[in-house]
Design a protein around this ligand. Structure first.
Ligand code: HBI
Ligand code: FE
Length: 299
């Protein structure tokens, strides 16, 4: 595990609408929906080798840390040998959950992102990180998006949750509640934990694609681990430049899917004007699985 605390690989909370730096992808040849054809011929041998090394070191952690559905699916996708051919993967993925992955140059505007999810398409950045970014990069690359997100898209219940998230997007935007909905994405799809028969496991893509955070999220005494509660998650801020200070734990994907079928409008109304909860906070009403040392830090 790295000595310095590398920042967590940043999944897509930044997008052209409000990122603080120029995005690195080339957006000049994208279609109106921000997709492009995956430039398979542009991958160099060095990049293919980098994928194989990233894959090999991350996959060895998975039997111990990842939720079972991830393990089954990443094996089935058979992408250890090099950067996946999205068209080939789509044939399998389509049969498993109806999802298709589409190549994009990087982060895309929220409304486009929601529209893809709502139509059972997941945007996957086509380029791979540099050698110097093996443990951290600011924007999602093909390893974060594919290794982190795609395997669970093959799981029908989780796939339906992703579609529902996409459908919820425009309503949140209309109610000026995007920050609240982003927290749900962050604390489930990107950094979610699940407790099943075999103990605490990871299902969040931001963790699954980060060697350091995979171990930290399960083994470290530092972060809080709190039972998932929809209002608590919608109200809790998150860090985008370090390992998470709190993780929220679901019991099943069905629970997550059911939770998000509650009407969000009244929640937004009530929560939107309340002060946000600090990422390291533990509240009296929390069902605490582990109170982290981070909770002692003044908020
Ligand atoms: N774009 N390509 C890409 N990937 C994401 O994960 C992503 C995005 N744009 C916006 C975004 N995520 C988040 O703001 C979502 O909460 C909408
Ligand atoms: Fe992501």
């Amino acid at each position: 595990m790295e000595t310095q605390r590398p920042k967590a690989a940043l999944p897509g909370q930044w997008n052209p609408g409000h990122t603080t730096h120029a995005l690195r992808g080339d957006y000049s040849h994208v279609r109106p929906d921000f997709t492009l054809d995956q430039p398979l011929a542009r991958y160099t041998d060095a990049e293919q080798d980098r994928w194989r090394r990233l894959y090999a070191r991350q996959i060895e952690l998975m039997p111990r840390y990842a939720v079972k559905e991830f393990l089954d699916s990443i094996e089935e996708l058979d992408v250890s040998g090099g950067i996946p051919d999205f068209a080939r993967v789509n044939r399998k993925l389509g049969r498993l959950s109806g999802f298709q992955i589409v190549a994009v140059p990087g982060l895309i505007p929220d409304d486009q992102f929601f529209a893809h999810l709502a139509n059972r398409r997941f945007p996957v950045t086509w380029w791979i990180r540099n050698e110097s970014e093996l443990d951290y990069l600011e924007e999602p690359d093909v390893f974060h998006d594919f290794f982190g997100h795609v395997p669970l898209l093959a799981h029908p219940i989780f796939a339906d949750y992703m579609v529902d998230y996409g459908k919820a997007g425009p309503h949140a935007v209309a109610q000026n509640a995007m920050p609240l909905l982003s927290r749900l994405y962050w604390y489930t799809i990107e950094f979610g934990l699940i407790r099943g028969g075999d103990g605490l496991r990871v299902y969040g893509a931001g963790i699954l694609s980060s060697r350091g955070e995979t171990v930290y999220s399960i083994d470290s005494d530092v972060p809080n681990r709190i039972a998932f509660d929809l209002e608590r998650v919608l109200s809790t801020e998150y860090r985008i430049d370090a390992y998470q200070e709190s993780y929220f734990v679901i019991d099943t994907f069905d629970q997550l899917f059911a939770e998000t079928h509650k009407p969000f409008a009244p929640l937004y109304e009530r929560l939107r004007n309340l002060p946000a909860i600090a990422p390291n906070a533990v509240l009296p009403r929390d069902r605490v699985l582990h109170r982290g040392t981070i909770s002692e830090r003044p908020q």
